[in-house]
Design a protein around this ligand. Sequence first.
Ligand SMILES: Cc1cc2nc3c(=O)[nH]c(=O)nc-3n(C[C@H](O)[C@H](O)[C@H](O)COP(=O)(O)O)c2cc1C
Length: 219
Amino acid sequence: MNPEQIKQNQPLRFLVFSVAMRKDSLNGKLAKLAATVIENHGGKADLAGMNEFDVPSFNQDLESNNTHPQGAEEFRRRLLANDAFIIASPEYNGSMPGLIKNAIDWVSRFRPQPFNERHGLLMSASPSMAGGNRGLWSLRIPLEHLGARIFPDMFSLAMAHQGFKADGSIENPVLAKRFDDNITAFMSLVEAAKNYPCMKKAWVEFLGEKPDPVTERVE
Ligand SMILES: Cc1cc2nc3c(=O)[nH]c(=O)nc-3n(C[C@H](O)[C@H](O)[C@H](O)COP(=O)(O)O)c2cc1C
């Protein structure tokens, strides 16, 4: 078997993490369930905690020579070590929590820029009736700006404080099926992208500018 075939036969690897750091986080439960569904369908889940990606408030003065805080280094390492990522994020004040935007900002400073061309799936859980879905629309913006391919379907669990069974699965069977379907559809796309990669396009930080051919960055 040649190295390319070996690569194709390896299980798909997914970085899965919840943005919330608290112990009883509903989004933590959703992330854990996503990891279980991935493994049930033959993938490999790399379940992380947001505390592993913790970084100070972004300050350009702290940047030096492609070296960044340890949490940003770890976030980049785990993005690159997996084929795709899944984020379960709470909605804070109608938007994404500041800590994920701050972490994305730090990671966006690496070259090559690690979000470029990576596939991502977004999900949320909230005690509210909308399930935190507005936060996911805001989270799409920086990720898509950075060239990540965010899956069109997102999953939001409304009234999530009553939404889980004791074993961590979703109480409502219709929603449980939808969750499973959402993840398996994403897995199929990641598999297709891994085996039939699109032609590489340079990532340009601001549209209309031409990147440097070596760094792929507009200096
Ligand atoms: C600062 C803050 C702002 C919040 N804003 C919203 C909001 O806009 N929409 C919403 O559905 N829930 C909001 N909530 C409630 C969270 O959805 C709820 O606390 C949820 O359980 C947080 O996710 P976690 O369980 O994963 O920690 C907010 C909570 C906090 C702490």
